[in-house]
Design a protein around this ligand. Structure first.
Ligand code: AMP
Length: 208
């Protein structure tokens, strides 16, 4: 335990027993998935990627997967009602989790409102939103490179990538402002080595 955490615990203002809910934020290709996997290992939180959940449903050819695929293949957002319901189911299925890393959610203000209301009903809340800041040129080249091995059709077509980035700017970027109103939004420089970025994210989480 660090000195600050120890002092907080002695003063009875420790967050140690409180659930930590982190929104890992940023455009497609900003490294959320890579970093979430490392953060899960370090902090013992549960990683929920709505993109991964949709891909799982698609793999199993479920009605939800079939509906989602039409939107995903064009780089559009899956409708809020479908996405929010799926997210809640995943949280409900893990009542003993120490907290969550939300990756790729919320992507609209309606999703952010639904998440806030849902967590409030459980006497919890969003602990922090951390945005990975990466230059657009870098994002496109990272996604195209990932497309060579990921098998993801939405990473292989430059027009679909451009649309995903446009949707991010139009509908998702404002989610940062939503949480900034409660002083919960932070930005971390998302360029450099995986380890450098991970250290910056860890610092942001340790400061909660
Ligand atoms: P990702 O794996 O986060 O890049 O998401 C891949 C695709 O899944 C997105 O381009 C959307 O079509 C869909 N998707 C993932 N998360 C969401 C969300 N929170 N809201 C709507 N659509 C989503």
């Amino acid at each position: 335990m660090g000195l600050l955490a120890w002092i907080k615990q002695m003063l009875g203002i420790s967050n140690m027993n409180k659930k930590i809910n982190i929104i890992l934020f940023g455009p497609p290709g900003s490294g959320k998935g890579t970093q979430a996997a490392k953060l899960v290992e370090k902090y013992g939180l549960l990683h929920i990627s709505t993109g991964d959940l949709f891909r799982y449903e698609i793999g199993n050819k479920t009605p939800l997967g079939i509906e989602a695929q039409g939107y995903m293949s064009k780089g559009q957002l899956v409708p809020d009602s479908v996405t929010i319901g799926m997210l809640k189911n995943k949280v409900e299925a893990n009542p003993d989790a120490k907290g969550f890393i939300f990756d790729g959610f919320p992507r609209t203000i309606a999703q952010a409102d639904a998440l806030d209301e849902y967590l409030k009903s459980k006497e919890e809340g969003v602990s922090k939103l951390i945005a990975l800041d990466v230059e657009e040129k870098e994002i496109v080249s990272r996604l195209l490179k990932r497309g060579e091995t990921s098998g993801r059709a939405d990473d292989q077509d430059e027009n679909v990538i451009k649309n995903r980035i446009a949707v991010y700017k139009k509908e998702t970027a404002i989610v940062f402002d939503h949480y900034a109103k409660s002083n919960l939004s932070n930005t971390v420089h998302g360029m450099g080595t995986i380890e450098e970025i991970f250290n910056r994210l860890s610092d942001a989480i340790d400061a909660i």
